[in-house]
Design a protein around this ligand. Sequence first.
Ligand SMILES: Cc1cc2nc3c(=O)[nH]c(=O)nc-3n(C[C@H](O)[C@H](O)[C@H](O)COP(=O)(O)O)c2cc1C
Length: 356
Amino acid sequence: MSALFSPITIRSIQLKNRIVVSPMCQYSSENGFTNDWHLVHLGSRAVGGAGLIITEAAAISPEGRISPHDLGIWKDEHIAGLKRITQFINQQGAVAGIQLAHAGRKASHHRPWDGGKAIAPTEEKGWETVAPSPIPFTETEPIPLELTTEGIHNVLADFQDATRRSVEAGFQVAEIHAAHGYLLHQFLSPLSNQRTDNYGGSFDNRIRLLLEVIERVQTVWPEEYPLFVRISATDWTEGGWTADDSVALATVLKTKGVDVIDCSTGGNVAKAKIPVGPGYQVEFAERVKQEAGILTAAVGLITTVEQAEEILESGQADFILMAREFLRDPYFPLHAAHTLGDEIAWPAQYERAKPR
Ligand SMILES: Cc1cc2nc3c(=O)[nH]c(=O)nc-3n(C[C@H](O)[C@H](O)[C@H](O)COP(=O)(O)O)c2cc1C
């Protein structure tokens, strides 16, 4: 069996392979609700053989949405639609994961195909955004409100409630989104966090909110289910969050019961120069894995079977997350198994098309 198709058990959840559908915003919800699009989008990738399918960023509160069309999990009414999707995913022998998110200062934007620009709080469909400090993502965007202590308590309660709903909806993996310049990353990075209270300044203060979120999530997240945290392993900017910080954070998260660090990068500095290329973020998954001794996921321009297999084989990461390649080919895992000569089950309905 290849490394890519070696099963793995984390806590009590078995994943049939190491191929994970990376969270991808679909900007196709109204008031946070799922619809046919989400079922077909996520369901197709379960049919395609991925071991774990993680939803797009699901907003823990309405003001935590990137756009008015984000998926949401801030009210109990959201549960039924999500449950239909997790049940379908499970029927395909895959595990359903949810990414829990708050966009902070990057909230209240038009979706990409509507131009992607910030929507001012005064405009229709816009709202006031919050952040660790009143620093906008770019000079042209509205200035976010500095989160008060009460605001922080609300964020913590929202993460907890969203987690409880995730369990009720049938998710067996939760991923806390602390990457890409969204709220939790904004707290981590000294470039966006200039607070002078317990949540800003030192490394320990900047990671405090994430640790508190994890603690609150764990009050309702079953111990037998894995917990992932997605980080941006570097801001790619002088004076920002660094790979060393990521190793230090992962070392702490391991002691707090986090199972997997999903290593992305960037997103907190609009002008950062990122050396984008095949597998350009794998080195961070490798460093965190080696130095913090925790399972890691590699993501970012991993597009071929050979590349994915090599990353796992060489011990650089434990999981391969793919986003855009899965949009091109929902059946990537079925094809990959054939290429690697691994015998895996195809959906019975598709059996006649299986290469022999
Ligand atoms: C359409 C689209 C939507 C995305 N939405 C999210 C998201 O909701 N949460 C997240 O953490 N990353 C999101 N990403 C980033 C991907 O999960 C992934 O990290 C990135 O695309 C790099 O992987 P790739 O080269 O395989 O596409 C999104 C990417 C795409 C292409």
